[in-house]
Design a protein around this ligand. Structure first.
Ligand code: ADP
Length: 511
């Protein structure tokens, strides 16, 4: 035998068994490649599958092929393709042992199925997470909305009480009440910020502002706080930091005050330092590093990541002083500014929170804002004390009616008419001349924004142009923009300070 013939014998046909059976199913011959069969036995006794040899007798086809046939034989499992070929007086069975091939194919198919199932699971998981997120945001939105009305009443009633004759003790209690109200309002605003950030609805408003002015305001605030706490507050800023920059002043202020508040909250002594340094300046952009460091309790290394999650507070000191929202707001706001909050802290010694942020700065001096102290009102403005203004208040909530009424009457500037039903508004404006309307948006029958639209469509100028201030508990920007688009001149959100509302009224009257 040549080498090649030897190899052929060794490797070829290793996995094909040839069997000849009679038309009655008896085994006539077998090459025994892997099934060891006895001549004279019936093939269907070897494995019930072989009963199907009958089909080839009945078929007009000469050959029938069966794929992926599982044959258990002597405790071994073969996965085979079986070919049955009809000859003159016998049948030739060819059994191809493709066990390895089928198994690996099966594994592949299984892996593919698993990966399909897994990716479907991921999709489901995401849907669930999104659903939960949506629910959370909707919940927060409604919840804060529900809280705004009663809180407005509480804040307003408190300032009314403050203006009455009080004993020393009562004054003290009103003072505490005001402080708690202010905290509650801050908390509500924090919850709102978180919900806005989480739902991607918070938009930064970039404007040119004085960075020095902002830093001085922060310095003033925390120097006062420092004096009460026997902790120093130090502000350092690099001479190269530009005085005017362009960015969202309010949000930068929110970030810095959240960090400074924490620094004070979690320190008993020492100093809180706010550093502002110029990293680089290029074209009309500056990159600044803001850092707030303290000599407080510090944060254990393993907990550093957790503190940026909403509602996370570490144990012990200061725990009861916050809501666990401050740092996640900081993180979220900075992400909107393409910046990242970082922290270095030594447990027991103190912490430093810092971030690098790019702000624009105006090359053109003309775009600097006019300082509010040098602003002169235009000559055409009405003298407020020349006459009283006529104001229409459209409000259905009795408590809010009372406090608004009191606050506005106290200024001695207004005659006030009150309606608590939207349907009465037209009769009222048609029969009177109003200088301004205060309009609750959330009126029961006809909503205030709808009424505003109708007034704006009025044919008479003296009616269609009356300034309208909306009052609403819907503090989301999209709602406010909607009300403005419908023709309101300003929107005041609940809870508001009475002074804020009166200022808005006066500002519109002066125009
Ligand atoms: P809180 O309202 O509790 O202050 P934050 O989100 O602002 O919520 O902070 C989360 C937690 O991080 C705090 O409860 C506190 O445990 C820890 N933390 C924040 N700032 C400091 C700091 N300057 N020093 C030590 N721990 C801090």
């Amino acid at each position: 035998m040549t080498k090649l013939e030897q190899y052929k014998e060794q490797y070829a046909n290793q996995n094909i068994q040839f069997i000849v059976i009679g038309f009655d199913g008896t085994i006539v011959e077998s090459d025994q490649t892997f099934l060891k069969l006895n001549k004279g036995d019936y093939i269907y006794d070897v494995h019930p599958f072989f009963v199907s040899y009958v089909s080839v007798l009945e078929s007009s086809e000469e050959t029938i092929t069966y794929n992926c046939v599982h044959l258990d034989y002597l405790q071994k499992q073969y996965i085979t393709d079986v070919k049955m070929i009809k000859k003159d007086n016998h049948i030739l069975l060819l059994i191809y042992d493709f066990t390895d091939h089928y198994l690996s194919y099966q594994k592949l198919a299984q892996a593919r199925n698993e990966s399909i199932i897994n990716s479907e699971l991921v999709v489901l998981k995401n849907i669930e997470l999104e659903e939960r997120e949506r629910f959370k945001n909707a919940f927060i939105r409604n919840f804060s909305h529900e809280l705004r009305n009663p809180l407005t009443s509480i804040i307003s009633i408190t300032s009314v009480i403050e203006g009455t004759d009080l004993t020393g003790e009562q004054k003290q209690m009103v003072h505490f009440l005001k402080e708690s109200n202010a905290n509650l309002k801050l908390l509500l605003d924090d919850i709102m910020s978180i919900s806005l950030i989480a739902s991607g609805k918070l938009q930064l408003r970039d404007k040119v502002f004085s960075l020095f002015g902002l830093l001085q305001l922060i310095e003033f605030t925390y120097k006062t706080k420092a004096a009460q706490k026997s902790i120093d507050f130090v502000l350092n800023y690099d001479k190269k930091v530009p005085e005017f920059v362009e960015g969202d002043r309010l949000r930068l202020f929110q970030v810095l005050t959240n960090l400074c508040d924490n620094a004070f909250k979690y320190s008993k002594e020492g100093a809180v330092t706010l550093n502002v340094k110029l990293n680089q300046k290029r074209a009309n952009k500056v990159n600044l590093r803001f850092s707030v460091s303290d000599t407080g309790i510090g944060i254990p290394q393993e907990k550093v990541d957790a503190i940026f999650e909403s509602f996370t507070q570490l144990d012990d000191f200061g725990k009861k002083q916050g809501s666990g929202l401050g740092l996640s707001i900081v993180k979220g706001l900075l992400e909107l500014m393409d910046a990242k909050i970082r922290v270095e802290s030594i447990y027991g010694k103190g912490s430093e929170f810092y971030f690098d942020v790019t702000l624009k700065f105006p090359l053109d001096l003309a775009s600097r804002p006019i300082s509010k102290y040098t602003f002169k009102s235009s000559g055409s403005s009405k003298k407020i004390d020349e006459r009283k203004y006529k104001l229409l208040m459209v409000e259905d909530d009795e408590q809010i009616q009372t406090v608004l009424f009191k606050a506005l009457m106290d200024t001695n500037l207004f005659y006030i008419d009150l309606v608590n039903d939207g349907a009465m508004v037209f009769e009222q404006v048609a029969n009177n001349t109003y200088d301004i309307i205060l309009m609750d948006v959330d009126l029961p029958n006809v909503p205030g924004d709808h009424l505003t639209q109708l007034i704006r469509d009025f044919p008479f100028k003296n009616i269609k142009n009356i300034p309208i201030i909306g009052i609403t508990a819907n503090a989301f920007e999209e709602n406010i923009n909607d009300y403005l688009n419908k023709g309101m001149n300003a929107v005041v959100t609940k809870p508001f300070e009475l002074t804020e509302l009166v200022e808005t009224v006066l500002k519109l009257l002066k125009k």
